[in-house]
Design a protein around this ligand. Sequence first.
Ligand code: ARG
Ligand code: ASP
Length: 724
Amino acid sequence: MRKQILFVLFSLATLSIHADEGMWMLTDLKAQNAVAMRELGLEIPIEEVYNANGLSLKDAVVHFGGGCTGEVISSEGLVLTNHHCGYGAIQQHSNVEHDYLTDGFWAMNRDAELPTPGLTVTFIDRILDVTDYVNEQLKKDPDPDGVNYLSPSYLGNVAERFAKAENIEITPATKLELKAFYGGNKYYLFIKTVYSDIRMVGAPPSSIGKFGADTDNWMWPRHTGDFSLFRIYADKNGKPAEYSKDNVPYTPKHFFPVSAKGIQENDFTMVMGYPGRTQEYLPSFAVEQIVNDLNPAKIEIRDAALKVQDGFMRKDNAIKIQYASKYAGVANYWKKWIGETKGLKKSNAIAIKQDFEKKFQERVNKAGKQAEYGTILADFEKNYKDIREYAIARDYFTEVVLRNSEILSFGYRLYQLEQVYNTKGEQAFNDRKNNLISGFEGLYKDYSAQVDEKVFEQLISLYATKSPKQFLPESLNNVNASALTTSVFGSSKLTSFNGLKELLNGDAKSVLEKLNQDKGYQLVKSIADSYQKNVAPKFDEINLKNIALQRTYMKGIMEFFPNDRIFPDANSTLRVTYGKVKGYKPSDAVIYEPVSYLDGVIEKYIPGDYEFDVPKKLIDLYNAKDYGRYADKNGKMPLAFIATNHTTGGNSGSPALDAKGNLIGLNFDRVWEGTMSDIYYSPEICRNIMVDARYILFVIDKFAGAKNLIEEMTIVYPKSQKAK
Ligand code: ARG
Ligand code: ASP
């Protein structure tokens, strides 16, 4: 026992002591990480990973479509990303005759590659530390609310000013992005180039690319071949251009050789990509709220919605098709929050943060810096107490009204339409209305009033009984959920697209009159009104105070813990994370190996199942052990592996690289027990999940027979395979 306490105390000494933790800025990589990376096993000079003035690995990494990462893997602009990142594009090209989601798609030559309007990939040309410039501007510019330092539109203006002052060349394909780091203590400008002629090249069937679907999502051991392929096209001069049949494959500055050498436990790995959002420096009070109040509320709401939808989807194929993608989206974060909550508890994240805060306070006092930092923690404590009920109410509103009850979310769009009329007048109203109608058409295509009615009944009951009573509108006070459901679904025109069109037919006055007589609309309006009046203003007020405190807290952490591994929270900018291939212990007496094999697909195989079916060709290849040059030295086909890289949402599709900068895998997920890494990273249980590059090559080569793609890549084979 005593030993245990000592151990806990020792490991509490600092917030971050783990060599694997962190999502690092490329510009600071050399100063902050060169030594640690070399110690972990990096074999190339750090300047090859990132070089401000020349070529480096970053020149092969793209922001894919805005939310994911991708990488160039041939001299002819071939881009690799996840199946779940290419999903929208694959869906967009699918129809009854060509169901590429089900059957997969492979372009056997360039002419067969499919232009994908709307899809872009973005390269970073330069990254500049503009902290001093931004601070000067902040001092000069009016800022009545004191929020300029975080405002995207303000920072966008500053970026343009800077570009002008510095004569930075701007083309139509240039994008400037200026973002705050370390809570607003540093600023970086990204100068980027956007390519918009992107064509679909290859995707395995969902029974490979999405194998295991939601049941296996966020889980290890995993057997998903989560990859797809695209190609960047450019004009004849290699410059970005809109789609044209005369465009040619883009020649990249750098592309990743693909390694068929394989990995072993403890090998060095690094992942370069676009992590979306983390909150690693939240005070304990905030984490407590997430663990005890916010996550449980959100999980309960989604749990109820998902159970209803799942019941219908299992019985009715048409509903399954309508709801599959929505269900996956809702289930994704539902499952993540469950894992996150468990992980935060199990790792004692709150106690660790509290201990860190004690140290922080001590160091502040010792340095005599009470004036600047002395009350931060007490202020945080008070603010998080004050915001609690508002934050809970906000999550109920977001999850019930905006996200999971479809009829309420439709109604909320109309509520906003009424606000447009009130604030901007008839013309703006009409513009918005026409936009809404075309958007609604798509939404209603995948809408089942039967499903939504049952979801509504559950969620409105949760809203009325579990969200803070003092903010509830009259309409929900002591409401009988089942009677309300019958009344709303029995009469509201919002339950069908035709009904909606009827409501929206006519001039603004008559539309608003009809809306305000509709029972569904009336309910949404009462809920939204009371949220806007009773919750949002106060939430925003306290939240702003917390954001400002967080900035000062971050500054203090950097000042008083200079030897800690302090990295800026993820903010959808390019980062590097590194670590080692490693298994883990999810629970007592269980040990997970770091590598999964094709054998696991066969073990999980359920013929005809929508998550675990397996294509016949893959089974045949497995039975014949026909793995080409991609088997490991024991003749087995490796499929996925895990490592200690610190990743988050947005890192999907990121290249996993070996010590030499060759591609060994494709990042796509994290393990369930470690999803708390967005708030607290523990090297014991936080792992990212990657598809093994060998499996990707095997599927392209042996399963799809797309030798054309294999030939254009530079593949690094192990010695034993070289002669073949
Ligand atoms: N959990 C992964 C990520 O957050 C994969 C999500 C896609 N798959 C799914 N079954 N929803 O993006
Ligand atoms: N699956 C996530 C993504 O799509 C990655 C993660 O959260 O680990 O970006």
